[in-house]
Design a protein around this ligand. Sequence first.
Ligand code: HEM
Length: 481
Amino acid sequence: LLWILRGRTRKPGEPPLVKGWIPFVGKALDFGKDAHKFLEEHRREHGDVFTVRIAGKYMTFIMDPLLYPSIIKQGRQLDFHEFTNKVAPLTFGYPPVLRTAFPGLWEQIKRSFQLLQGDHLAPLTESMMGNLMLVFRQDHLNGESDWRRGSLYEFCCSVMFEATFLTIYGRPATGVRHGGMDRLRNDFHKFDNMFPFLIAQIPIWLLGRTLAVRQKLISYFLPQHMAQWTNTSQFIQRRAELFEQHDELKDVDKAAHHFAILWASVGNTLPATFWAAYFLVSQVEALKVVRQEIVDVLRDSGVDFSNSSDIMLSKEQLDKLVFLESAINESLRLSSASMNIRVAQEDFSLRLDSDRSVGVRKGDIIALYPQSLHLDPEVYDDPQTFRFDRFVQDGKGKTDFSKDRQKLSYFLMPFGSGSSMCPGRYFAINEIKQFVCLLLLYFDLQLEDGQNRPGLDPSRAGLGILLPSSDVRFRYRLRSV
Ligand code: HEM
């Protein structure tokens, strides 16, 4: 008992160990308050590699981005899925996808991710464009040409949530839009607010009404409801088919798997869309250049934009929007705080570079925290400033970033790394581009005066794109073109 309370002691060859004085909780409270600051302070004191006891777990942080490639490549002894296989079922409410209980299911789920990429991206992108246009047309492009006021985060969330939902899950049996979308989104936000606690494995019954909210969200995706939807993406159709092959899965389990995809597809995309829109609207020059780029790409393909016609932007056209892509990357750099986690499968010596290694123990977590890289002044000059063209070089996407005069293999990591990298990343970038294109083409946009740049809400640190700490008031009016 005394050993558990005191925790372990550092052995020769292991990284410096930071324990904190509260048993189990260790440094969790400090980490939760401001993870970036916490890690930077420890880096200054202990160097680029150190172990911290956080909530009873030992986490070894690798802070030097030049060491990232060797960690990402060590797949055999460092497993990602051990962590997600434990945490995701508890969070979303489905039974663990164990190989013994559901033979083949894990591999089938992994394979289904291919339906978000490659040749499948073009139809998904086309469908998203149609759905965005539908929501914009019916909710925001309805004739009035006076200035209207709104809250930017709320605006981005309502459009992106519904358009993404329609694209991934399909349309209702009758009509083109599902009823009750606002209620669904409201419940989603309630669940999302509790997401960090669920990921920290706090029992759901301690979290107020979260269980009831989750059950309501899950019930939306019961097979008898989904069977009536049309235009469902191949990705979801394939997943529904493979769940049908597993008799051991109850209907509510299948629905919980579909609900997990709802979180994956909008949980990060909504705040990411907000930050891209916010930074562009807050800088007159950036807005002008990006808007002109979109108009030029349309004109090159023979389209003269007018606000009375619907716009179609294909995957090929979106690929040409270099400044817009840079602005989105820059906003991801400033807002993302996802942690990349691997679990050590045995006691072993973790190779850091050609002449350095450290000892890690079985069950230890090895963590990369790319926010430190994203805000490193040696990599990104004036790192807190939004520069929309930071990722453009000679008219193309810039990939040449370095530290200590050495080129970095990894310089922007909002989507994770290696085998666990987000399978929806290409779709995500495309849909954010499409949203911004519509916003900039159809509207004049202004932030209302007297508002500072919103802060980053730290409650999701480590889990993805951070939400703004407050919403931003803005004005928009139909552009006269
Ligand atoms: C996993 C980020 C949008 C589907 C992840 C991970 C990150 C991430 C960091 C975990 C990877 C790791 O830990 O190494 C993001 C961001 C997005 C976004 C920043 C938007 C800006 C999407 C979209 C979809 C999606 C639109 C689907 C349509 C998934 C799935 C996983 C995942 C299914 C789990 C992969 C697995 O279990 O191996 N995402 N994501 N994501 N993402 Fe995304």
